[in-house]
Design a protein around this ligand. Structure first.
Ligand SMILES: Nc1ncnc2c1ncn2[C@@H]1O[C@H](COP(=O)(O)OP(=O)(O)O)[C@@H](O)[C@H]1O
Ligand SMILES: [Mg+2]
Length: 397
């Protein structure tokens, strides 16, 4: 029979050395395991300052976080290049879950398609690799996003001369992506980066929701709400024109410093659409028999006498008359009109008075700017300008 060992460390170490030693090893191995566990319970990579991440050809040291989204994290990292000089990069680390890994695989394919044909459009792609279950890729680092650059103007926005420089770049991207049959689907200021305040060389990033037009099915839950096109909101088939819409809303915002459609829900977004563009054309919301499509019932109501009688005041307030071919649903009518959106006229909203009197802000300049935005913010995709038309617009000359 084994002698009973008192649970006191000194005695344990002396009396039962082997057993104690093994226990200590086991404990330390368990600690190591939790230390090297790189994934939290939601699948995110657990990153800390000065952590080393071994890439395919490069070793990176994590410095700080740049962003976090549903897909994973983007970190600022430091590394040594071939001549041993210190460099920085952005490292996008995917969540360790099959859905996100597949999405990042597609993102990398699109990123590489773009850099192969139009490297000027986006950041330099450095390398892709795997850290445990986390798919990662590193890319050229930029100082700030266009969102941050706009904030830095402190409410002044970019003047129309700068907007012209920006619009030409957007137009070029749209032309190039159309050629590659890629829809970005998430064109917004957070997905555009630049160095310092060099607005003449903006890069489009984040192809994480990118869609290849040739792929058999297209996701339907796309685009951030502020920049979401009517065809997405209405659940219709879409193409590259959804990016043109976002660019219209974004150009508006970059000059005015106001979000064009600051909607907090999709009914609110629909209300704002109708306020700026009037009712949608029939073919967008009804089938050939004149029946409202199921997906839009949430936003519209049949134009019946009873409905008019019950909601006449609200319907009139949003500019509808009794003989409108369709009415707005109760849900849309009841959206609180915080932005006073039914008093809005696009042409008036686009003027940023702070630039009044400065070069490049004449009536004619604004007419040209209005023509551009008005041809991007349209219900019908057939009417909406594409990249080529943006480049050919009077505003961009
Ligand atoms: N190359 C880069 N340079 C500087 N910041 C970047 C870069 N890539 C991403 N970021 C920052 O990280 C954020 C998230 O990256 P993004 O690729 O847009 O991922 P998500 O899918 O979460 O939107 C960006 O909005 C930006 O702030
Ligand atoms: Mg993004």
């Amino acid at each position: 029979m084994k002698p009973k060992v008192p649970k006191r460390p000194l005695i344990m170490l002396t009396l039962n050395v082997a057993e104690t030693y093994n226990k200590l090893i086991e404990q330390s191995q368990n600690q190591q395991k939790t230390k090297t566990n790189m994934t939290d319970e939601k699948g995110y990579f657990i990153a800390y300052e000065n952590q080393l991440v071994t890439g395919y050809a490069t070793e990176y040291t994590i410095k700080k976080a740049l962003g976090q989204g549903s897909f994973g994290r983007v970190m600022l990292v430091e590394y040594r290049d071939g001549s041993n000089s210190q460099q920085y990069a952005a490292l996008k680390i995917c969540r360790a879950q099959p859905y996100f890994i597949d999405a990042m695989k597609q993102e990398i394919i699109i990123f590489k398609m773009i850099t192969a044909s139009y490297p000027q459009m986006t950041a330099n792609f450095l390398e892709e690799f795997q850290v445990k279950e986390h798919l990662c890729y590193s890319m050229e680092l930029f100082d700030l996003t266009l969102y941050q650059a706009l904030k830095q103007t402190q409410g002044l926005g970019f003047d129309l001369n700068q907007i012209k420089v920006i619009a030409r770049q957007f137009g070029k991207w749209l032309v190039e992506m159309q050629k590659l049959k890629i829809v970005h689907t998430d064109m917004k200021p957070e997905n555009m980066v630049l160095n310092k305040t060099d607005i003449s060389d903006i890069k489009l990033i984040d192809f994480g929701s990118g869609v290849l037009m040739d792929q058999p099915s297209r996701p339907t839950y796309i685009q951030s709400r502020f920049y979401r096109a009517p065809e997405i909101t209405l659940g219709l088939r879409y193409d590259y024109k959804i990016d043109c819409w976002s660019i219209g809303a974004l150009l508006f915002e970059l000059h005015t410093c106001y979000t064009c459609f600051p909607a907090r829900s999709s009914p609110m977004l629909m209300k704002m659409f109708v306020s700026l563009m009037g009712l949608p054309p029939r073919e967008l919301i009804m089938n050939d028999e004149g029946v409202l499509r199921a997906k839009v019932e949430k936003y519209f109501a049949k134009a019946t006498v009873e409905y008019w009688n019950d909601h006449a005041e609200k319907l009139k307030a949003v500019g509808l008359s009794q003989d409108s071919y369709i009415y707005l649903s109760e849900e849309v009518l009841d959206v609180e009109d915080r932005q006073q959106c039914f008093k809005r006229q696009l042409r008036d909203l686009m003027v940023n008075k702070q630039w009044e009197g400065t070069a490049g802000h004449t009536q004619e300049d604004y007419n040209n700017f209005f023509e551009l935005i008005n041809n991007l913010i349209t219900w019908r995709t057939e009417d909406r300008w594409c990249g080529q038309q943006i480049l050919q617009s009077a505003f961009c000359q």
